[in-house]
Design a protein around this ligand. Structure first.
Ligand SMILES: [Zn+2]
Length: 439
């Protein structure tokens, strides 16, 4: 590699510089017929092409290792009309979510986050035994358990039967269903309305955004409040969080884009909070257009920040692919150097984002021997695509790796505290996004 090429890899952003990918491999016209998931218009631009990848949560069993594995193109597009960034749907929602292995209760950070949120909502909206709380994608009941504890009636809606069963075992009424207009109508006919409807980290995961959002128009009581959390598109772009792109994550949302799709269904955003979760999320409070909740100044503040960041302009998205390429190069250079120096590198965690990263970078067991996860449902499975084995965390103590690559970088503080004993044998932690960091 020439010096010029090396310098270019270090961060030259000029699209004409040698050694830097000039354009994406997919022709621009490829998405000419694709309709925006929100506004249904057909003028989308390609932001990044992450190659062919399996579904990020389709973990493999030992028996399935000898079989073919479906892969689909993974591309992020940007709608020039309503500003929603999105991944085209390639598989049916049923294939993706009916046996979901991510169980929220295995992360202490998420449990604490849920408990604080429930306290906040109960106080702010004066919830009591006559109120009704619904949670969409209630998982194993990690959040509703805190609502029920306070004597407030609650109902979970969860498409993954295995997670719903665990919630029921904890005494949390749970319906196995996808949420949308039809489910909302059924619940309403049964007498259910929601004073608070919680949909944390689900909005981004629904393929039919308009059907999903319209369900809240049906299920909310007159002054009812819906709360939505999702990773903020501003952070994805600013910190090159490309590994949060995967097939099951359909929409990458800004407040500006959200305001538009809520308005389409007679709903309005009256408050917004910024959260540190998932590398920077937004929490929106939404009500019916004619409800009495007054608009917080934070709504215009965040809209202003998004405008300054250029989230509503196509050119903002044009350098993003270069950033992905830079992260890939830095991680590969690190892993190859570690391999050449006979160092053992393993992963920590088996999150969806880890699968996007490893598949995009083409890392297999040659460079990352194994990963570990606290979730027993993931243990003794293999990462999709890369087929890296997932072992219990105890394997780190047994095999004493020199480096532990933390795949869920959003939980790096929690994980590096839990795994502090790797220092006993001189082990170090590594994260790859937003830049390679060995600590
Ligand atoms: Zn659109």
């Amino acid at each position: 590699m020439s010096i010029t090429e090396r310098q270019n890899l270090k961060g030259a952003r000029s699209p004409d510089a040698p050694g830097v990918i000039k354009d994406q491999s997919l022709p621009r016209g490829l998405f000419a017929d694709y309709q925006c998931r929100s506004c249904l218009k057909q003028d989308l631009e390609l932001v990044v092409d992450l190659g062919f990848q399996p579904l990020a949560n389709s973990f493999l069993t030992r028996e399935s290792l000898t079989r073919m594995e479906p892969t689909y193109p993974l591309t992020m597009l940007y709608c020039t009309h309503c500003h929603l960034a999105q991944v085209p749907a390639v598989a049916k929602a049923h294939d993706i979510f009916s046996e979901y292995l991510y169980l929220s209760s295995f992360s202490q950070t998420w449990l604490d986050h849920a408990r604080v949120f429930v306290d906040q909502v109960v106080n702010r909206f004066g919830l009591g035994p006559r109120s009704r709380v619904i949670e969409i994608a209630s998982n194993d009941g990690y959040l509703l358990q805190f609502v029920i504890e306070k004597g407030i009636p609650a109902l979970g809606i969860e498409p993954a039967a295995n997670a719903a069963k665990l919630a029921e075992q904890k005494g949390i009424p749970t319906r196995v269903a996808f949420f949308g207009k039809e489910t909302a109508r059924t619940l309403r006919a049964e007498g259910w309305t929601a004073d608070v409807a919680v949909a944390n980290n689900v909005l981004a995961h629904v393929p039919d955004l308009n059907d999903f959002v319209s369900g809240f128009e049906v299920i909310l009581s007159k002054e009812g409040v819906a709360s939505f959390e999702f990773p903020h598109l501003a952070n994805l772009i600013a910190s090159a969080q490309f590994d949060t792109i995967y097939h099951e994550h359909f929409s990458y949302i800004s407040l500006s884009a959200a305001t538009k799709f809520f308005r389409r269904h007679s709903l309005r955003v009256f408050d917004v909070e910024k959260l540190p979760t998932h590398g920077g999320s937004l929490r929106l409070y939404v009500c019916r257009e004619n409800a009495g909740h007054s608009r917080s100044p934070s709504v215009d503040a965040v809209l202003g920040e998004e405008e300054s960041a250029g989230l509503d302009r196509s050119d903002t998205y044009r350098g993003f692919a270069q950033e992905c390429f830079r992260i890939k190069n830095d991680l590969l250079k690190f892993l190859i150097a570690a391999h050449e120096n006979s160092k053992l590198v393993c992963g920590y965690g088996a999150p969806a984002k880890g699968n996007t990263l490893l598949n995009y970078c083409g890392v297999g067991t040659d460079l990352l021997a194994f990963t570990v996860d606290r979730n027993p449902h993931k243990q003794n499975h293999f990462l999709p695509g890369t087929r890296i084995p997932i072992l219990p965390p105890e394997d780190i103590s047994a095999r004493k790796p020199d480096y532990v690559l933390i795949l869920p970088w959003n939980l790096k503080s929690e994980i590096s505290e839990q795994m502090i004993h790797i220092r006993d044998w001189g082990g170090k932690f590594v994260v790859a996004v937003p830049q390679l960091n060995v600590f």
